[in-house]
Design a protein around this ligand. Sequence first.
Ligand SMILES: [Zn+2]
Length: 103
Amino acid sequence: MNTKTELAGGGPVTADHRELKENGQQKGYVVLSADERAKGFVRPYREKYVHNPCGSVTRMGSSIAETYARDPYFYSGTFCVGCGKHFPLDQFVWDGTTEVVGS
Ligand SMILES: [Zn+2]
């Protein structure tokens, strides 16, 4: 496994990227590099997901959405804007579907 990664918005992955900001989000999110994402998607490109317990819809940046589309198993959890926290992916479905995020 030699998958190239970077931080969303560009730049190398930093040691402290998982530290949380005041809004509960991480300082940075790891994504597949642009070259990796350009190799093709194995799932539809989707930007919005629903957190089942609270019903809130969260919208991702395009590089994170492209990473999900390229590699559905890349992430194990994600952020809910309604709760202001991260949760395991099995609590989320893609907006407008019953399809679990990360499957
Ligand atoms: Zn929530």
